[in-house]
Write a protein that binds this ligand. Structure first.
Ligand code: M6R
Length: 424
């Protein structure tokens, strides 16, 4: 069999050979394949055994892969934690990292390179990493990074994030980082992909194959890895003590239940989508790490429902976009932050004053503050501020999904999009 992705061969127990650029495989019926390098010289290649079950790429009881993948997220969160808790030292272990982990003590900067949804996860990671480790961190869009002559400072850790591991711009970013001799760490869902092979080390997302073009569970898996890396760095550099490390883990272990609670609310989210299905423009507003969360919410609704949606930092609305608001433009606002609550409340009032229908995704504790001012509310369980991006995202994934369903879109394969963007 010849395939562009190992998951095409799910359900078959077989040896898989990955070709790198320029290599050629010569196949003959009933014979072992022969391999040649780009100069035409015969080479030996080692295969990897795979036995991905067919169920991993079947829809099961779900109508679409996207819905199935949204519902897999409690499992994905649990899997991201398996064997990673070093209870003795209240830290994280990443045995799969093969480069010298001394870099975690020495690193002066962190640069995260990614595209699309992976970039949104990266952006969330940049907020969390900087806040909890005190290491200057930034997230760059790979297609910008590759052409802007960024000078990577010495002792920078470069993290390259890609679900597929085959995104052309992200690969180019990785190669540029390597050219500048940075240590590179990939977060990737596909073992054997180009990014997995070329980065110095890889942390696999353990999300299982993601079939729907719109990324959902891999976003969550990426955020989980970034949170774990944050804890690892904070403990290595003694920015967090043992007790704080223990508490951090405790909060992560609570997440699967909290996400399951959001999923149980699917009917309320579907009803909301029905109510707003005819609207053509949406704003998603958040502050702090709920700002990149708003970017992701807007991307999801654009790509699968083909509705114009803008994710914006709530405090920036008054610098222009607020002029666009009126009764035809719903504003979805995220009230899931303890530290920024009063600030986001004033942005909620600004939107209401422009007559926009306001939909809150909120913690119950803010009920009294908001009930008189909003048109609709989806409650989510209370988490720590740093984790609220995950339950909020799950609500917006379901909202986008049901909006797309209302509009009869091709949910798993939206027009003009591909799962792996292997071209510039
Ligand atoms: O495979 P990657 O994570 O590198 O893909 C990056 C983007 O192409 C991808 O996230 C895209 O934005 C998705 N369609 C989002 O749902």
């Amino acid at each position: 069999f010849v395939a562009s992705d190992p998951s095409a061969l799910a359900g078959q127990e077989m040896e898989i050979f990955f070709l790198t650029n320029g290599e050629v495989a010569y196949l003959q019926r009933g014979k072992k394949p022969l391999f040649f390098n780009k100069k035409g010289i015969s080479i030996q290649k080692n295969g990897n055994f795979q036995n991905l079950p067919e169920s991993a790429i079947a829809k099961g009881k779900f109508e679409h892969f996207m819905l199935k993948e949204i519902f897999e997220q409690p499992r994905v969160i649990k899997d991201s934690l398996v064997d990673r808790y070093d209870e003795k030292n209240q830290t994280v272990c990443f045995p799969e990292i093969t480069f010298d982990q001394k870099i975690f003590q020495e690193v002066s900067n962190i640069l995260i390179i990614a595209c699309g949804t992976s970039w949104h996860a990266a952006y969330i990671g940049a907020y969390v990493l900087e806040q909890y480790t005190n290491i200057p961190t930034r997230a760059e869009i790979a297609s910008e990074f590759r052409y802007k002559h960024t000078v990577i400072a010495p002792k920078t850790l470069v993290i390259v994030m890609s679900q597929s591991g085959e995104t052309a711009d992200t690969i180019a970013g990785l190669r540029e980082a390597k050219r500048q001799k940075a240590v590179t760490l990939a977060f990737c869902n596909v073992k054997g992909s180009t990014i997995d092979r070329e980065a110095d080390s890889t942390l696999l997302l353990r999300a299982g194959p993601e079939v729907a073009v719109a990324s959902t569970k891999t976003f969550t898996a990426q955020v989980m890895l970034l949170l774990l890396l944050t804890l690892k760095l904070a403990r290595e550099r003694s920015v967090m003590n043992e007790e704080q490390g223990r508490l951090f883990f405790h909060k992560l272990y609570e997440l699967p239940e909290q996400v399951a609670e959001v999923l149980e609310n699917r009917d309320a989210i579907q009803a909301l989508a029905k109510k707003y299905a005819k609207k053509e423009d949406f704003f998603f507003l958040g502050r702090g790490l709920l700002y990149p969360t708003a970017l992701e919410a807007a991307l999801k609704i654009k790509e699968i429902a083909y509705i114009n949606a803008t994710g914006y930092p709530a405090g920036e609305m008054k610098h222009g976009p607020i002029a666009f608001l009126d009764e035809e433009v719903p504003v979805v606002i995220f009230l899931a932050s303890g530290s920024l609550h009063q600030k986001i409340m004033s942005n909620l009032m600004e939107s209401k004053a422009r007559k926009s229908p306001v939909i809150a995704i909120s913690w119950k504790q803010f009920e009294k503050d908001i009930e008189k001012h909003v048109d609709d509310i989806i409650w989510i369980p209370k988490t720590d501020d740093m984790l609220s991006c995950i339950p909020v995202t799950v609500v917006t994934q379901l909202f986008a999904y049901f909006m797309a369903k209302e509009r009869n879109r091709n949910i798993d394969q939206p027009r003009n999009l591909a799962k792996s963007v292997t071209v510039e």
